[in-house]
Design a protein around this ligand. Sequence first.
Ligand code: ZN
Length: 272
Amino acid sequence: MPELPEVEVTKNGIAGYLIDQKITKVYFDDKSLRKPFLPNLYNLEGAEVRKVERRAKYIIIMTTKGYLLLHLGMTGHLTVLDKGVQRALHDHFEIELSNKKIIRLNDIRRFGLVLYYPLEQSPYESEYLKDLGPEPFSDEFNAEYLYSKLSRHSKSIKQTITDNYVVVGIGNIYASEVLFKTKINPTTPANKISLRQCQNLVSNIRDILSESINKGGTTIRDFSGADGRLGYFVQNLNVYGHKNDPCPVCGHKIVSIIQGQRSTFYCPNCQK
Ligand SMILES: [Zn+2]
């Protein structure tokens, strides 16, 4: 599943092809993603793209005729192709641009989202974005903020930092990695985390996400070209997916537990 770093890299990868271009054609098929495609998407034809932004795992394409809100769901990929490249299976949506490029969405499991918003109705005010917690790289996300949020939750720290209303972008994989780096046991109740630990959490969250974004930057070339499928980059993961492997720090066996129906990986020796 694309996580925040992949979405950031995707946004950066497509932005250069989109900005100042005119959308000459909109295409979608008759399959439904998380929501069905609506004919109001055609309102984007003739629009010029002004800006491409990311909020949480949403991409927002701002044009002179309204907004395109995209979410990649579980399996969505956006690729930049030359006009005329044939569609493949699971290519469900595309926009054609005045520079003869196509931005195409392939989504095998169809949990993605493609919605049009008119100019007077910002997607930032929509049900999807309006109540989200701060971005991990924003000033608003700092140790004091996190401490005050965590103090109100008795659920585990793992479940609390993956909550999009606390902070966006800490997916299941990154939560295990961040807690390992911060030496916090994932089952610790959120309200038992100290301000000092919050400082370390904030800085480790930023380090791990930016490392991942920087690595992804090298795959941007995959966005263009005829076979431009982007394979989401595999991270150097210390604990996630490493059940029974030796901990890279102390050699103890990594264990796996289930929290809120999702797997968590940690080292019981480093994360007491
Ligand atoms: Zn260890």
